[in-house]
Design a protein around this ligand. Structure first.
Ligand SMILES: N[C@@H](CCC(=O)N[C@@H](CS)C(=O)NCC(=O)O)C(=O)O
Length: 290
């Protein structure tokens, strides 16, 4: 009897680590196959294999380890890194989609394409507008961040992110107000008051209905807005010496909550890249206000 118990205990302690390692093994397989699905077609094409054949084989392998999910999200590439690239650029619309893929815990491949007129022909064929983000889901290509978010919500409803219709306009004017102010290249431009008004309106909403736009949990509107607020904070602090007023406390808390999420951290771009991106877009001087 004692011997039985000793044997059982030994068998149990030997098996236990296996269970914890299965999880690690699955994560490892998922991540490796995601890397392969990107690298194999590129390297295979360089070695002279037909791209479509190698890509299809690599994707079949990736799908087998991803439970049939075959998603590739195209975002803006780091300037000068080429197309396709593995180096992320500074696009807030693309970041929304990467955040949502993370929040939905979907396996996906990230591919980046440089802004401008030198996009590859195969990419322009699939995405004639040339804008990022674009999502490839199997053989289907979906353009525009709003449409991609809708598609992900419909097709992968295990984690739901949709914002209730009546709240979709909350915070929606901030990005336009921010870009109007930045491109004025004038720290005292009247567009600054417009931006402050929009920020105060969001703060008021969050104070009464928050901490997120739809209440207790973050939804699509928050994931769309946080990359834009981040660009606004970084670019305006640098060029205009502008800070969000300290008394907008609910807004400060909101930014802190969302920016500390792993999905944001993992998909974010360095401040320097954001600053240079806006300089190029609006031909800004090194600083508007010293
Ligand atoms: N309305 C689009 C806007 C996307 C957009 O403006 N993307 C920019 C990068 S942030 C882009 O792809 N630009 C490429 C180019 O201009 O060549 C969306 O929401 O997806």
């Amino acid at each position: 009897m004692l011997l039985h118990r000793a044997l059982l205990t030994r068998a149990f302690t030997a098996i236990c680590p296996l269970f914890t390692n299965i999880n690690k093994f699955q994560t490892f397989t998922r991540e490796s196959s995601t890397r392969l699905a990107f690298r194999v077609p590129v390297q295979g094409a360089r070695a002279g294999f037909p791209e479509t054949y190698v890509a299809r084989t690599a994707r079949t392998f990736a799908m087998a380890t991803h439970g049939g999910v075959d998603l590739e999200a195209y975002g803006k590439a780091k300037s000068g890194s080429g197309s396709p690239s593995k180096e992320r650029g500074d696009c807030p619309f693309s970041q929304r989609i990467y955040i949502e893929l993370e929040e939905k815990k979907l396996p996906y491949v990230s591919t980046y394409i440089e802004e401008g007129d030198n996009k590859p022909d195969w990419f322009m064929k699939k995405n004639p507008s040339g804008l990022m983000p674009v999502l490839r889901d199997g053989d289907e290509w979906i353009q525009d961040s709003d449409k991609i978010a809708e598609h992900l919500e419909k097709k992968y409803p295990e984690v739901l992110l949709a914002t209730p219709q009546e709240l979709k306009k909350v915070g929606a004017n901030i990005f336009q107000a921010f870009t109007n102010y930045l491109k004025s290249k004038n720290a005292d431009d009247p567009s600054k008051e417009e931006l402050l008004k929009e920020l105060a309106a969001l703060d008021e909403h969050l104070k009464t209905k928050g901490p997120y736009i739809a209440g207790k949990n973050p939804t699509d509107s928050d994931y769309a807005l946080i990359p834009k607020l981040h660009h606004m904070r970084v670019a305006l602090a640098h060029y205009m010496n502008f800070k969000i007023p300290a008394d907008l406390t609910a807004l400060h808390k909101y930014i802190e909550l969302l920016e500390s999420r792993p999905s944001f951290q993992k998909t974010n771009s360095p401040d320097e890249m954001i600053i240079q991106g806006w300089q190029k877009k609006f031909s800004l001087p090194d600083r508007v206000v010293e």
